[in-house]
Design a binder for this molecule. Structure first.
Ligand SMILES: Cc1cc2nc3c(=O)[nH]c(=O)nc-3n(C[C@H](O)[C@H](O)[C@H](O)COP(=O)(O)O)c2cc1C
Length: 152
C-alpha cells in the first residue's frame, strides 16, 4: 500500500508528530503541500490531509492546496487535525470530497496551544500530543490500513 500524508505544522510541530506516528504504520511519505506533485496523487492508495486549527479553520496553505486540486475521481483519503479545542473537521472533509477523494475517516487530538490569550496562562494542553495520543494516531492509521488493503 502506498500512502502520502500532506501536512502543515507551523506552530509547535504538533501535527507533524501525529503525522509521523501515522506515517510509521502506513509507511507513508510525509510532505508539505508545496512539495506535492499534484499529478502524482493518483499513485497513492491513501492520502491524508492534516494541520493545526487556526481561528477555527485548517491552515490556509492546506485549504488552498486541496481547494485547487482539479476535480476528478480519486482514491481514499483521511483528514486529521491537532488543536487546542475540539475542531470542526467537516470543512476539510468537504474540500477533499469535492476534489474527488473518498474520505474514509477523520482523526483529531488536543494539542499544546499558545494562541494569543492562552499565552498569558502558559498555554493549554502542555505536553500534548503525548505518548497515548500518538498511540491513538497509530491505532487510527492501522484501522485505515486494514480497510484500504481489504478493499484492494
Ligand atoms: C494563531 C493561532 C490560532 C489558533 N486558533 C485555534 C482555534 O481557533 N481553535 C483551536 O482549537 N486551536 C487553535 N490554535 C491552536 C492550534 O490549533 C494548535 O496549537 C495546533 O496543535 C497547532 O498545530 P501545529 O503545531 O502542527 O502547527 C491556534 C493557534 C495559533 C497559534
Amino acid at each position: 500500500m502506498k500512502a502520502l500524508i500532506v501536512c502543515v505544522s507551523v506552530s509547535h510541530g504538533n501535527t507533524r508528530r501525529v503525522a509521523e506516528a501515522m506515517g510509521e504504520v502506513l509507511e507513508a511519505t510525509i510532505a508539505e503541500p508545496e512539495q506535492v506533485e499534484v499529478s502524482d496523487l493518483d499513485r497513492y492508495d491513501l492520502v491524508g490531509f492534516g494541520s493545526g486549527i487556526f481561528n477555527q479553520m485548517f491552515h490556509p496553505r492546506l485549504r488552498a492546496f486541496v481547494r485547487a486540486l482539479p476535480k476528478q475521481p480519486r482514491g481514499n483519503a483521511f483528514v486529521f487535525a491537532t488543536s487546542g479545542f475540539p475542531p470542526q473537521l467537516w470543512p476539510m472533509t468537504r474540500l477533499a470530497r469535492r476534489a474527488g477523494f473518498d474520505v474514509l475517516d477523520t482523526f483529531s487530538v488536543r494539542a499544546f496551544d499558545t494562541w494569543a490569550p492562552l499565552r498569558l496562562v502558559g498555554g493549554v494542553n502542555k505536553g500534548k500530543p503525548d505518548a497515548a495520543d500518538l498511540d491513538a494516531a497509530r491505532a487510527f492509521a492501522a484501522g485505515l490500513r486494514a480497510r484500504v488493503t481489504a478493499g484492494a
